[in-house]
Design a protein. Sequence first.
Length: 343
Amino acid sequence: MKNITKFTINIHSTIKEAMQAINDNYKEVVFVIDRNDVLRGIITDGDIRRALLANRGFDYPAAKIMTRDYFSLDSSSDRTTALDIMKARSIRHIPIIDKNKELIGIHFLDELLGSQLKPNSAVIVAGGLGTRLRPMTEKCPKSMVLVAGRPILERLILHLVGYGIRKIYISINYMGEVIKKYFKDGNNYGCAIEYIEETSPLGTGGPLSILPKQKHPVIVMNGDLVTQINIDSLINFHNNTKLDATICAKGFQVEIPFGVINEKNNKLVELKEKPTQEHLINAGIYVFNPNVISLIPKNTEFPITNIFHLMQKKGMGTGVYVLDENWIDVGRMNELKKANGLS
């Protein structure tokens, strides 16, 4: 991260120097490092107040009041993991260290929650039966299946909240009460959650027809995705294209297990042995302007891909945002195993 030095003091600093660093960085915390940049401890403004109340002077060694038993993450941990840990442990900062315990970055809660709140809402489509994951989904909604110990839906919610999305709608049908009981109103996740309850199956697009009227572009995601998509980049792309919708795509490679023959007039032109073809596939993530959502027929089973057919007939434009980040559709058993590191 940039300017990490303003969040650090050296191991020989005094309480006064720790106070000055905290005053300058506005984060109410400073990290104590040695001359090799190895993290030795953490000092909060609360630690300093307690030290002063115990009659420790300004020249008292800061290292003697620092917390040595701290929680840290390595650089491979994503923002969803950091946010979840902060929520569980009620902490506002987590240092990022390398294998030598050198401080290389810091997660701050206010930044993960999105220092700039976004006006956009998000819809997570989570009403599917999950037939391809049976028998696992006979007692559990597909979106509540665990990936690395955490429900898929919880990962998506935390990811959206981490980018400043504070209003989330979840469409539910099959075992919807399980989802409502788990997430409730979203307060524990830093957002407001409302539920779009289907009285009959509405498909992947139909629930949007009963979405409350929106003023800003809406992010729509399938509820069986594990992804680190950059929501900031997605929204910026959508706004900059000035088109009515954006569909996210992911590169997907298909290997043909045979030699492929190209011929002309019954003569061999080329023989390619087991070639690999790459295509862009629908990643199940979209951004729709409010006028697009109004096209969806009310209370009717409606595949979300039909929206794009309607738009094309009306001459409306759709941008294609290609994902570079990790993305897995865990609606199939082999992909779920892959997401859990089992294949």
